[in-house]
Every structure is written in structure tokens, then in C-alpha cells.
Ligand binder design. Structure first.
Ligand code: NAP
Length: 336
């Protein structure tokens, strides 16, 4: 009874409906967890703002075992349809705000009137883009300040110059992509060594319209209607130089949603990632976590590691429900 949320074209989720497992987040970790959970015959719902997580910020995936070279969007579609094939429901357009235990069951609420119950929860919300926190950044967001070269790069086609900030894979991949759209790319990095894979570093160094601005930090972003220049300070000489640019792409990594995790009562590590054990259990019994939001395997964030964590979290949720006697297999779920 009550509000039925729209889910794709065909399915819906009823307000107050009870699931065995609700997975928050639909990146590789969440969708892999969903596929495994549904294969354990658990009534499974994935709820998320969008589908794909950080895969939406990349072009090609070349290192997912068995698939060779695949476009990121194709891989996302495969993850989703694989989970749905085993009857997991995937609901998008919802931001989950609260998860609380009420009478031994979790109540999960969020935007669009989302309000369901779950016997176990898997959190797979990934992480958020890190901000530079300099003057002009917030003011010009969407007016020349972007956090995703792959998403917004094409909008700058034919422009004179842009800046990219960062020294990791995202920044270098972004700089390479943008160098095909604009006249000149300034790649601004706070050190003189790149964290990115040598494969990207080599290509960037060979690209004639990418200028490296090393040992340097952006101090402020300026403009009128849109971004016109960035003020960059060399950390060694102290010299400040203005660079004329039409846009700035800030690709300096990701941060966990520490405040939200703490509000939910989840224990986090010193960086703010959800603490998990090797079975992806959090400090709250019945809540598991997987993927980039966790303290596991930091420094090696890959699609395959996220998917692996999702699989383990689903297995742990299944064991938890079985041990607690909360698991009643619904064999009809698998009839195809
Ligand atoms: P990252 O690897 O964490 O690199 C962030 C970069 O930004 C670092 O170079 C860091 O500098 C710099 N940085 C951090 N905070 C800064 C600040 N406040 N001011 C200025 N610079 C700052 O992040 P990422 O490049 O977004 O990559 C995230 C993960 O996704 C990585 O595991 C990466 O391998 C993966 N990824 C893979 C691909 C691919 O394989 N195609 C593409 C994109 C991303 P320092 O080096 O000095 O710390």
C-alpha cells in the first residue's frame, strides 16, 4: 500500500516493503553484491542515485579479467543486467539519508519518499570527489570548474586552453583527452613525480600541447561570467603566475562520506573510510560495506577489487541471515 516508487519502466517498490538485503549504491561493488545476494535467493534491492558509480567517470576499461577491452558504459550495463537476471531490483534516482534499526529490522529512508525495510544492509556508496577548497572554486562550479574531464571535456571543444589539476590516473587521462579538444592543456601538479601509471605519464610527456606545471598549486580561480584564469604558485620559488584558461578540471581524487557514516553510527578509520573486517562486516551487526567507501585495499581501487568486495559482502549478509534464522528462500525468485 502507499506510494509506489517508479523503478525503470516496469517495476516498483512499495513504501514499507521488506527486503532480505538492501544495497545502497550501484557501482561495481553494489551491483556485484546484488548479483550474489539474489543468487543466494535473498530478496534484494539496490537503491542509488545513479548506476555505475566511478565507472561513469571513465571511458574504457581494459583490466577487468575476461573482458579484454570494454567501454565503461557497456560494463555498467552488464553489471546491472547480470544482477537483474537473478531478480535483484535496481532503483535509481534516490539518495538514501538514514538507516536505523527499529524492532530488529533496518528502516531505510531517503529522497522521493523512499522508505523500505531490510533484514541486512550493504553500503557500497563509493566516495566523493575531493575539492581544492580555493577561492573561486565553488563560485565557478559549472561555469568553467569541473571535476570530470570525461563528462565535461567535450563542452570545451575548440577552446584555447584549460587547466587540469592532479597527478593521478584521472588527471593524466583527463589531460590526454582534453588535449584532443583544446589548443593547450596546463597540467598542474603539486609535486614533480606523478602517481599515475607510467603508461599515462609517457603519453602526457609526448603530447606537444600539454604543458606540465609542476611543484605548483592553484591558489585561486578567477573570471567574470565564467573562468578566465587561475593563479598558480610555485611551491619551490614562491612565484605566482596567472594562467589564462577557459576552464579548470580538478581531478585530485576522492574522499569518503565520513560525516554521513558517523551519523549512521558506523566506525570509520582515521581517513573516514568505513572500517570493515575481511568479511566486509562493519561495527554494526547486520550492516556490511563494500568497495571504495571501505577501509579495505586502500591504494588499489579497481573495478575487480570493488566487485570482489561486493561478492564477499553478499556472502556475509547471507551467512548472517542464515545464522539469525532470518532467511526464508523464495525459490520462485529464480524462475526464469
Ligand atoms: P588519486 O590516485 O588519489 O590521485 C590524486 C592526485 O591528486 C594525486 O596526484 C595527488 O597528489 C593530487 N592531490 C590530492 N589532493 C590534492 C590537493 N588538495 N591539491 C592538489 N593536488 C592534490 O586519484 P585519481 O587519479 O582520481 O584516481 C583514483 C583511483 O582511480 C586510482 O586508484 C586510480 O588508479 C583509479 N583510476 C584508474 C584509471 C585507469 O586505470 N584508467 C583512470 C582513473 C582513475 P600527490 O600525488 O602529491 O598525492
Amino acid at each position: 500500500m502507499g506510494l509506489r516508487l517508479r523503478m525503470g519502466k516496469r517495476e516498483g517498490v512499495a513504501r514499507g516493503e521488506t527486503f532480505d538485503v538492501v544495497i545502497v549504491g550501484a557501482g561495481p561493488a553494489g551491483l556485484s553484491a546484488a548479483m550474489y545476494s539474489a543468487r543466494f535467493l535473498l530478496k534484494t534491492l539496490v537503491v542509488s542515485q545513479d548506476v555505475g558509480g566511478q565507472l561513469n567517470l571513465t571511458n574504457l576499461v581494459e583490466d577487468y579479467p575476461g573482458l579484454g577491452r570494454i567501454s565503461a558504459s557497456d560494463l555498467v550495463a552488464r553489471f546491472k543486467s547480470h544482477a537483474e537476471e537473478f531478480k535483484a531490483k535496481v532503483l535509481t534516482g534516490v539518495r538514501v539519508s538514514d538507516i536505523r534499526r527499529e524492532d530488529g529490522i533496518f528502516r531505510i529512508t531517503g529522497s522521493q519518499g523512499f522508505d523500505v525495510k531490510a533484514k541486512a544492509v550493504i553500503i557500497a556508496v563509493g566516495s566523493e570527489r575531493r575539492k581544492l577548497r580555493v577561492p573561486g572554486e565553488e563560485e565557478f562550479q559549472g561555469r568553467g570548474v569541473s571535476y570530470c574531464s570525461i563528462c565535461d571535456g567535450p563542452l570545451f571543444k575548440g577552446r584555447k586552453s584549460v587547466a587540469v589539476v592532479g597527478g593521478g590516473d584521472s588527471a593524466l587521462e583527463g589531460a590526454l583527452l582534453l588535449s584532443g579538444y583544446v589548443g593547450k592543456v596546463y597540467l598542474i601538479h603539486r609535486r614533480d613525480k606523478f602517481r599515475a601509471k607510467p603508461y599515462y605519464v609517457e603519453q602526457v610527456r609526448a603530447r606537444s600541447n600539454i604543458e606540465l606545471v609542476l611543484n605548483s598549486v592553484v591558489e585561486r580561480i578567477e573570471g567574470s561570467e565564467t573562468v578566465e584564469r587561475v593563479i598558480v604558485r610555485n611551491k619551490i620559488t614562491g612565484e605566482r603566475i596567472p594562467l589564462s584558461v577557459d576552464g579548470i578540471f580538478i581531478e585530485i581524487g576522492f574522499e569518503p562520506m565520513r560525516e554521513w557514516f558517523e551519523k549512521l553510527g558506523l566506525e570509520v578509520d582515521e581517513r573516514g573510510y568505513i572500517k570493515v573486517d575481511e568479511w566486509m562486516r562493519t561495527n554494526i551487526e547486520g550492516i556490511f560495506a563494500a568497495g571504495d567507501c571501505t577501509s579495505a585495499w586502500i591504494g588499489f581501487r579497481q573495478v575487480v577489487t570493488a566487485a570482489a568486495m561486493g561478492a564477499v559482502a553478499a556472502y556475509s549478509a547471507y551467512n548472517y541471515l542464515s545464522e539469525k534464522g532470518l532467511y526464508q528462500p523464495k525459490v520462485e525468485l529464480l524462475t526464469r
